[in-house]
Design a protein around this ligand. Structure first.
Ligand SMILES: [Zn+2]
Length: 277
């Protein structure tokens, strides 16, 4: 009896080992994608020009409305699971070097993303915010000083949101439609009154590569790729160079898997369309 049990355990461990080999193999396949974006360490990097490299997959022109007035969701963590739309979101910029580099990467692939910008940085780098909007991306409100809003009274929360909104409008003439709380920290009472007074749904995420811990761009890319499902909202921080360097591999792999990148508002609006059907 005991021997049979041992045999079963042995068979099971072989099975488990072979399953993990399969999942490692698929990860390796992913990380063999060519990495773009110079790290600044390569020899003669001054001669490289990403615009003359080979073709990359293109995101289709997704004709979806961005009118979110049909949605009454106060908190949104992901979009519809029945369509291959996903939203790439970038927090804590604009950054004077990494955000423009990211914009080049996205433009080359026709990918539209959503940027949750910090108000005082918008004030410092308004030209980058203008470029973000001019290139078809969406801007969201990520507060003025990036505090934990749960610790603030309502008037201070209002001031964080107002100053940021005003800086965004001054920089690019566009109103943010959504907000994301720093650290994802916002009470349900706060979410409700912010939605009522500003019309901002609180945008969370369902794919978090923990890129702020700087695990390396290959790890960031595989976490994003492996975590993505239909309707996913991907959380990335464009102030980290390594996160931006993870984007060519991430975007190209997800495009090859048939996903289409849309902005957060488009993702919400698309979900509304599905609900009506
Ligand atoms: Zn943040």
């Amino acid at each position: 009896m005991q021997r049979t049990a041992k045999k079963i355990t042995r068979i099971l461990s072989v099975l488990v080992a072979s399953i993990s080999i399969v999942s490692c193999a698929s990860k390796d396949e992913v990380s063999s994608e060519p990495a773009e974006a110079a790290t600044g360490m390569s020899v003669n990097s001054g001669y490289s020009n990403s615009s003359v490299r080979g073709p990359v997959p293109q995101n289709p022109n997704v004709r979806l409305p961005s009118d979110i007035s049909g949605s009454s969701s106060v908190t949104i963590t992901h979009g519809s699971r029945s369509q291959k739309y996903i939203a790439l979101t970038f927090d804590d910029g604009p950054h004077p070097v990494n955000t423009p580099r990211l914009l080049d990467i996205l433009r080359r692939r026709n990918v539209k993303a959503t940027f949750y910008v910090i108000g005082n940085l918008v004030d410092r780098y308004p030209h980058i915010v203008k470029r973000i909007v001019d290139e078809g991306h969406e801007i969201g409100n990520h507060t003025w000083t990036h505090p934990n809003l749960k610790n603030l009274g309502d008037s201070n929360v209002r001031s964080e949101l107002d100053r940021t909104r005003d800086a965004i409008v001054k920089a690019c003439g566009v109103q943010p439609l959504t907000m994301r709380p720093p650290y994802g920290s916002l009470s349900s009472a706060q979410r409700n009154w912010i939605y009522r007074d500003y019309g901002y749904p609180t945008i969370m995420w369902d794919v978090d590569p923990l890129d702020w811990k700087k695990p390396g761009s290959g790890v960031v890319a595989s976490r994003l790729i492996n975590g993505t499902r239909n309707g996913s909202i991907l959380l990335v921080h464009d102030l980290h160079a390594g996160s931006v360097s993870a984007m060519p591999q991430t975007v190209d792999t997800l495009l090859r898997k048939g996903y289409q990148f849309v902005t957060v508002s488009q993702l919400i609006a698309a979900q509304g369309t599905v609900a009506v059907r």
